[in-house]
Design a protein around this ligand. Structure first.
Ligand code: SF4
Ligand code: SF4
Ligand code: FES
Length: 266
């Protein structure tokens, strides 16, 4: 019989972290032995390491850097590669991801420039959202009156498309999307499923649709929708289960129509 107040045997996980001090420096691996309890996730393990930055070899090191915000899989900022699979670290419970050998492996996403350790610079995605005007144009200094009514029939579809959190999982998994750390080349590098899905969303919205042609023009150049290889890796990793291949097909269809109209002088 276990005596009251007897210490509970603590489980530990060996955490392998790919580290990089600056955007230019070479990566290296460090390992940490971390105790964890029920409900622990990757973020809580990283917090423990931040408070105890000592490797399994007994060497004191710097705390591991990472990003997080909402802690409920809504903001996308904590996205990293965990045991070789891109996902959010806040929703990755240790009990569910610990490997048979008692380890977990954490790496930064490989398709975005590393800022430090597990934190990457996702600005390229936000730049692309601006390029396609991923917004509803309602700015003004006076009342514009009542807007057009939205069609309830496509509300469910639009809701799912709108759950994108710009996490980057679909781009990390895309074989056509490569690391490009020169912002001067972002305008011609592959845009990716994340932004094409937003083009579909805002082209479906009654007021947003007033910018449809500009959005389609922005996805019809180099790096645009025609460069998608249709490997469909993106749809398999989207944590919000957004039907990205449907969005790609729909924007491909809209671009074709737009191309014909442009050719005819429309
Ligand atoms: S379908 Fe297109 S966007 Fe999706 S993974 Fe393949 S190439 Fe990338
Ligand atoms: S489409 Fe899905 S995987 Fe891609 S950025 Fe949005 S939420 Fe993430
Ligand atoms: S912290 Fe926001 S998605 Fe994980």
């Amino acid at each position: 019989m276990v005596a009251p107040n007897a210490p509970v045997a603590q489980q530990t996980v060996l955490v392998r972290v790919k580290r990089q001090d600056t955007p230019q420096s070479a990566p290296r691996w460090e390992e940490f032995r971390v105790p964890y309890g029920e409900g622990a996730n990757v973020i809580s393990v990283l917090q423990w390491i931040a408070a105890n930055p000592v490797t399994v070899a007994g060497e004191r090191t710097t705390p591991v850097a990472w990003e997080s915000g909402c802690l409920e899989e809504v903001c996308g900022s904590c996205t990293m590669v965990i045991n070789g699979r891109v996902r959010q670290s806040c929703s990755a419970l240790i009990a569910n991801i610990i490997q048979a050998d008692g380890t977990i492996t954490l790496e930064p996403m490989s398709k975005f420039p590393v800022v430090r350790d597990l934190a990457v610079d996702r600005e390229r995605m936000f730049r692309n959202l601006a390029r396609v005007k991923a917004w509803v144009p309602i700015d003004g200094t006076w009342s514009l009156g009542r807007g057009p009514l939205e069609a309830p029939a496509n509300a469910d579809t639009r809701y799912v498309l709108s759950t994108c959190m710009t996490c980057g999982c679909c781009l990390e998994a895309c074989p056509q999307f490569g690391l490009e750390d020169d912002p001067a080349k972002w305008d011609t590098a592959l845009q990716g499923a994340q932004v094409w899905n937003q083009v579909r969303l805002f082209n479906m919205q009654a007021v947003g649709a007033t910018l449809s042609n500009q959005r389609l023009d922005a996805v019809m150049g180099e790096g645009g929708i025609a460069d998608c290889g249709n490997a469909q890796n993106c749809v398999k990793v989207c944590p919000k289960e957004i039907p990205l291949t449907e969005s790609i097909a729909e924007i491909g269809r809209q671009s074709t129509i737009r191309g014909v109209k442009r050719y005819l002088g429309g």
